[in-house]
Design a protein around this ligand. Structure first.
Ligand code: 3HC
Length: 653
């Protein structure tokens, strides 16, 4: 039974045990309701403690049940029963009290938590809003502003913060939650039971102008996602409706969103993200322990990778060509760590110890005893081959050799080492200490043990590792390349860079494709096109506009000109007549009469191109599954998560 009662008059302890995360399945809801009814009639019981077994308090509704017909008792009714109980209920929280789990605590009369616990309403991440009273009760405890922040960001708060804002009543010492809850309940038993949360007033109701401002700000930030606006609206409605009506209003919004394509896409993404590491052939494989890593190359990528490793507690030795370059690379890493320090992501003590332990040097032999070394030098096969040969001579025969190449053939690179079974691709995305995606590239020769270690390292770095086979650009850059080609075709056929950028921003991308190229630098793509030129199919359409911009030294923001002009170092570009003239000339050379494109046509053409390439990648066995491809596009390329990814979209048209 997932819910059990331990009677210890005058206290009762209700335990939930529903691994892995104590989700509120039908059985748990029923068990809780029955426990509440039973304890209400037990005269010997004066207070009830609700506590969970395992690694966490209730992590929310059971997301797997969302696709099925709802079964009674519904969660809002269970929580209302707890709130109306004749005995005070005390939620004793460890791990995470999320979504419906947090709402259960709001139905209790007291909340106590260990310092490591977190509480939050992350429903927006699933395209939902809290559906069991969260938007109605939370503002009564923490105020409207904080409640809106929590339900629209979905970010949980730590127990200490929860105490500060009034979300919990007391902090329990670590590892003594149950004992503390018993003492707390005993001391409260003879006090008058506090007013149910839903009976408390909301004290900071915003006026009409403030309400409009709040909603406008959230809409702008949500970039097409519906749930944040719905969540804020539900909190704001709760300020003016009776509790009964506010709960009904919240439930209606919740049920409507549950059926929306956005929520279906986000729920798909939730499970897809957890599928990427479930690889049959690695199930029984024990990864190697990785403690000390080498990073060769301290440019943007190398420094970012080193930072990610240091932040995850790994020892790092970074190699640069000479001591000056090594010092510059070290400074680059320290600067990023300083930013992490100022954002409160690491403590001052941790910052100082990383700073002392982190070594950047030109002495290659310092890599002798590392467990894994990753190269992040420039994209040149001959130089990388030389490096791998050198590494073979320097490092132990067990050291794993990883490359961060974005395009090059890693099978070829593996050939240059003594033990090719230890060569793997670990393709990070910039900024490497922030971006969640890690493509783990499986060469023809890599051993399962090394592959499993790549995945374990990805998880240690708090990334989502996705398996990819070897091909030009792997999963992500290969799809990006067909996306860009499609943009170039539309450009030559009549669309402007601004129209394409605007259409893709309206689609939900963080940036349009041309703005993105200007930010990343047009020279990268140019070098790549030149590399591929000798093997390009001469029958394939080729648009020369980007090459012509590069020939003029227009490499994007860093040169002040690219697809747009950036006067005086401006971050936002303005349309440029030189670009327009080149586009017009190229259309004329190709004999094209320009046509107009609607935003929908632009979006559809791009989406179809991405999905089409995705299908090719699948049929070639480069990606394991359509959902892995979607994860790559969402986590590495800014594809809007609430659309589920290109493969999900075409499958659910
Ligand atoms: N329902 C069903 N399964 C869930 C679940 C949930 N709410 N939360 C997690 N799981 C599953 C995962 O799919 C995973 O399954 P798997 O092992 O088969 O892959 C397993 O539990 C463990 O999850 P994680 O790998 O994510 O474990 P972590 O320890 O890394 O993280 C967590 C734990 C922080 C709880 C994280 O799982 C999480 O954020 N879960 C979702 C929380 C959430 O969104 N809650 C709100 C749900 S909606 C709701 O409550 C509506 C209400 O308002 C009415």
């Amino acid at each position: 039974m997932p819910v059990s009662i331990e009677l210890n008059p005058p206290l009762a302890i209700v335990h939930i045990n529903n691994p892995p995360v104590n989700a509120l399945s039908h059985e748990v809801r029923l068990g809780l309701l029955n426990a509440c009814k039973k304890l209400n009639t037990d005269q010997a019981i004066k207070a009830v403690i609700l506590i969970c077994d395992g690694r966490t308090f209730i992590a929310g509704a059971d997301i797997r049940e969302f696709g099925q017909p709802p079964e009674e008792p519904h969660l809002p009714d269970v929580i209302s029963s707890l709130e109306a109980s004749t005995k005070p209920w005390i939620a004793a929280i460890h791990g995470t009290a999320l979504g419906g789990g947090c709402e259960v605590t709001l139905g209790c009369h007291y909340r106590v938590a260990v310092p490591s616990a977190k509480l939050g309403l992350p429903e927006v991440n699933l395209g939902l809003i809290p559906g069991a009273g969260g938007t109605v009760r939370l503002p009564r405890l923490v105020g409207v502003q904080k409640a809106i922040e929590m339900v629209t960001s979905g970010k949980p708060v730590k127990a200490s913060k929860a105490k500060e804002i009034g979300l919990i009543d007391a902090l329990a010492p670590d590892h003594q939650l149950e004992q503390f809850a018993i003492e707390f309940a005993t001391s409260m038993m003879n006090e008058p039971t506090p007013l149910a949360v839903s009976k408390r007033p909301i004290t900071d109701i915003p006026n009409l102008a403030e309400t409009a401002d709040i909603l406008a700000g959230i809409k702008a930030k949500a970039r097409g996602q519906l749930s944040p606006l719905e969540a804020a609206s539900s909190v704001l409605d709760a300020c003016n409706l009776s509790v009964e009506d506010a709960l009904k209003n919240e439930r209606q919004r919740f049920v409507k969103l549950k059926e929306s394509s956005q929520s279906k896409a986000l729920r798909y993404a939730f499970f897809a993200e957890r599928q990427t590491t479930k690889i049959d052939e690695l199930k029984e494989v024990e990864p190697r322990e990785i403690n000390h890593c080498g990073v060769v190359g301290g440019g943007t990528m190398g420094a970012g990778i080193a930072t990610a490793m240091l932040l995850s507690g790994l020892q790092v030795t970074l190699i640069e060509q000479d001591e000056d370059e090594a010092a510059t690379a070290k400074n680059r890493v320290i600067k990023t760590l300083e930013a992490s320090l100022s954002r409160g992501l690491i403590t001052q003590a941790r910052f100082e110890s990383i700073k002392t332990d982190f070594k950047a040097t030109s002495q290659f032999e310092k890599l002798k005893s590392v467990d894994l070394v990753i190269e992040a030098i420039f994209e040149d096969m001959a130089v990388k081959r030389d490096l791998f040969e050198k590494l073979s001579k320097t490092c132990s025969k067990d050291t794993i050799f990883a490359t961060n190449t974005s395009y090059l053939n890693i099978n070829e690179l593996a050939e240059s080492t003594v033990n090719p079974e230890r060569v793997i691709g670990l393709h990070f995305f910039s900024p490497a200490h922030i971006m969640k995606l890690l493509e783990v590239i499986k060469t023809d020769t890599v051993s399962n043990e090394v592959l499993a270690t790549g995945f374990a390292l990805g998880k240690k770095l708090r990334k989502v590792p996705v398996l990819s086979g070897v091909c030009d650009g792997f999963i992500g850059n290969r799809i990006l390349s067909s996306y860009r080609k499609q943009c170039d075709y539309m450009l030559e056929d009549g669309a402007s860079p601004q129209e394409i950028d605007e259409a893709m921003r309206a689609f939900g991308m963080a940036m349009g494709p041309f703005e993105m190229q200007d930010m990343a630098g047009l020279d990268i793509g140019w070098a790549n096109r030149k590399r591929l030129a000798p093997t390009r199919d001469l029958n394939e359409r080729y648009v020369k506009i980007a090459d012509r911009l590069c020939e003029l030294g227009r490499f994007g923001q860093k040169t002040g000109f690219g697809w747009y002009e950036y006067p005086n170092g401006a971050r936002k570009g303005i349309p440029d007549s030189t670009v327009e003239a080149i586009i017009v000339e190229e259309r004329a050379i190709a004999g094209i009469i320009p046509k107009s494109f609607s935003p929908e046509e632009i979006q559809t053409r791009i989406l179809d191109a991405m999905a089409c390439e995705g299908h090719k990648i699948l049929s070639e066995g480069i990606a394991r599954s359509a959902s892995d491809i979607d994860m790559v596009m969402i986590l590495g390329y800014g594809f809007p998560r609430w659309r589920g990814g290109p493969m999900f979209m075409v499958q659910n048209k």
